[in-house]
Design a protein around this ligand. Structure first.
Ligand SMILES: [Zn+2]
Length: 270
């Protein structure tokens, strides 16, 4: 067999292997596994091992921090559902933009898609860590659109100092990895590190702003609980605020796209 036949098969086996490891570790459910295999395959096929490695760094960090002190977050009532196992909408929301830029790189090449990819991954990593580390904050979160207002832990749009620091480090780690792997060909490593770190933080801030403004918030008319889920106690919740279809995943996806565009803008302007 020629290498053009073998390569896609090897890629497929690799993504299935990593997918099954994630499934076994309860990082993803079955739908999440299929979505992860799809995204991983797009990235490997589109742009190869180094980009895939960046995705693995994202996946490993976010999974570890989701599981970290899970019991405590669960007692607070704001842990990710189902033991932190991610479902397909969550996987697509965090990795969809990255997979798209990877395919664009394959089709057109030229460095700018690498920058957009890094911005999307840095945003997703920063936002996930800001949330997961922020839940452990001893200080009450404050609303990003009104810093005088304190909100309960787990509220979309709520920010904490340690969550914000975590977002910075998350973004920085993606930037460092990209620099070491020399993902963006001829660009200066310092520049890539700076714009990816900054782009990721801004992506994560965007996530909080969208979470505080357009994300749907509802009231369960059965138990009286305010919730961000469209369903509670088996019934559709009453919309109090936001846009009907804008849930956490729509906000996540939008902020990875905005984070990538901002990173790209920095890349072009500097
Ligand atoms: Zn309820």
């Amino acid at each position: 067999m020629s290498s053009s036949v073998i390569e896609p098969i090897v890629y497929f086996l690799v993504v299935i292997t990593f997918g099954l490891i994630a499934f076994k570790a309860k990082a993803v459910d079955f739908g999440g596994l299929i979505a992860s295999i799809f995204i991983g395959y797009m990235i490997l096929l589109g742009s190869g091992w180094y980009w895939f490695l960046i995705m693995l760094v994202f996946f490993t960090i976010t999974t570890q921090f989701t599981k970290f002190k899970y019991g405590y977050k669960e007692r607070l009532g704001f842990a990710q559902e189902k033991g932190g196992v991610r479902s397909w909408p969550n996987v697509l929301a965090n990795g969809g933009a990255a997979a798209f830029f990877s395919v664009m790189e394959f089709r057109f090449g030229g460095g700018i898609y690498a920058v957009a990819f890094l911005g999307a991954v840095a945003s997703a990593t920063a936002d996930t860590l800001a949330t997961e580390v922020g839940l452990l904050s001893k200080k009450e979160p404050r609303l990003i659109t009104n810093l005088k207002k304190k909100v309960p832990a787990g509220t979309s749009g709520g920010i904490t100092p340690i969550g914000t620091i975590a977002a910075f480090f998350a973004s920085f780690i993606i930037g460092i990895t990209a620099t070491i792997l020399n993902i963006v060909g001829e660009a200066s490593p310092i520049k890539i590190l700076a714009i990816v770190t900054l782009g990721g933080i801004i992506g994560s801030i965007t996530d909080s702003i969208l979470g505080a403004t357009i994300q749907r918030k509802g009231l369960c008319e059965n138990c009286g609980k305010m919730t961000e889920s469209s369903k509670h106690c088996g019934k559709i919740t009453k919309k109090l605020r936001g846009i009907g279809f804008v849930d956490n995943n729509v906000v996540n996806f939008s902020s990875t796209v905005i984070g990538s565009l901002i990173t790209l803008t920095f890349f072009i302007l500097t």
